[in-house]
Design a protein around this ligand. Structure first.
Ligand code: UT7
Length: 331
């Protein structure tokens, strides 16, 4: 019997309606459209408005749309891996909440925390259950309500992040399409440069932690930028090299959307032309776990069976990685 690969058989995405423009940010903090555009490439981002709504509420329309597209019932899903840095709650897992909301009553699930690299960690993890023959349908969700942990008085972070969610279904493929390889890395010593200081077991919520604004994302931008440029580009080049892929062999680069300058540096290191690079940062900003599946969703109609696709990400923690997949269908 031929080897079973885990192939993406459907993708979908969802972004909330509210558009937070650079012009509106100019009214909140000392910044300018010119600065944001030239330093990051971002023009606007989406924000989930409304009381009592969390990351799972971004995932519900994305997942329901995916099920409809694929023509399957939620009860057919075996496993949900919810990659998020802004879970609905510390517990229960957002995967549980989502399973209940979409009626995935036969699935088990868990949340996966790897910041902006989460979707790559999730795809790689989910693929193991397909390749081993244990499961037939694994749903990998990547989404964040970043607005829930952003301080809109901090110009160094509030201009970057937005809310959004994407998802992909993994199923067995015996024709050789699907995930081919992945390289995933972590370096915990980078946590101090991009993370959230309070709210975990080390520093639970208190009046002091709230007064010190420690429940917001904290980023030392320049340091993160330097690590991101080097590591994301290196890992993308490494996965090409070890799979003997030239730039011509690569149909698409799907980079994490953190900063247009990081995306350009990665593409340049790989030798891949800009028209093969998925970029929607100008409309959504950095949706953390959502960026890569949102790109796949937006470009889905242009993807062809057999396309060699490289995914690459860098995120808080630090985490980074690259996944090489052969696209499995024409839509
Ligand atoms: O997705 C997870 C991984 N995250 C990333 O990959 C993000 C990586 N970092 C970045 O994308 C960039 O570092 C930022 C976009 C966060 C910042 O851009 P930068 O070019 O590194 O700016 P900087 O921090 O070096 O600041 C340059 C100047 C400073 O002013 P002075 O000291 O030169 O007078 C900042 O105070 O720009 C100032 N500045 C701003 N000015 C206008 C910082 N933020 C803003 C702002 N508007 N929003």
């Amino acid at each position: 019997m031929s080897k079973i690969h885990a192939a993406i058989t459907a993708v979908n995405g969802y972004v909330p309606d509210y558009v937070l423009t650079n012009e509106e940010l100019e009214t909140l903090v000392e910044t300018s459209d010119e600065w944001i555009t030239s330093r990051t490439g971002i023009k606007e981002r989406r924000i989930l408005k409304g009381e009592g709504l969390g990351t799972s509420d971004l995932a519900v329309p994305a997942v329901n749309g995916l099920l409809k597209k694929r023509g399957i019932d939620a009860k057919e899903i075996d496993l949900i891996i919810f990659c998020t840095t802004t879970p609905d709650f510390t517990f229960p897992a957002t995967a549980n909440v989502l399973a209940d909301k979409v009626g995935a009553t036969n699935a088990w699930g868990y949340d996966l925390q790897a910041a902006c690299s989460g979707f790559l960690f999730g795809l790689t993890t989910g693929a193991q259950f397909i390749e081993s023959g244990k499961h037939k349908k694994v749903l990998v969700v990547g989404g964040d309500k970043m607005s829930s942990i952003i301080n809109y008085e901090d110009r160094t972070t509030c201009i970057i992040f937005g809310d959004g969610c994407g998802c992909a279904l993994l199923e067995p493929n015996e024709e050789g399409f699907g995930l081919q390889d992945s390289i995933l890395r972590t370096d915990g010593s980078g946590g101090k440069f991009l993370g959230m200081k309070a709210g975990g077991s080390v520093r639970p919520a208190s009046h002091e932690s709230i007064d010190a604004k420690e429940h917001y994302a904290h980023q030392e931008g320049q340091t993160v930028f330097k690590f991101a440029v080097t590591n994301m580009a290196d890992v993308a080049a490494e996965i090409m090299e070890r799979n003997s892929l030239s730039a011509d062999d690569v149909a698409w680069l799907v980079p994490h959307q953190a900063n247009k300058r990081i995306i350009d540096a990665t593409a340049s290191r790989m030798g891949v032309d800009s028209e093969k690079v998925m970029v929607n940062i100008e409309r959504y900003g950095n949706t953390t776990n959502g960026t890569i599946p949102l790109c796949l969703w937006e470009w889905e109609s242009q993807l062809k069976k057999g396309d060699n696709i490289i995914l690459a990400a860098f995120g808080g923690g630090f985490t980074w990685g690259s996944v090489y997949l052969k696209w499995a269908y024409n839509s």
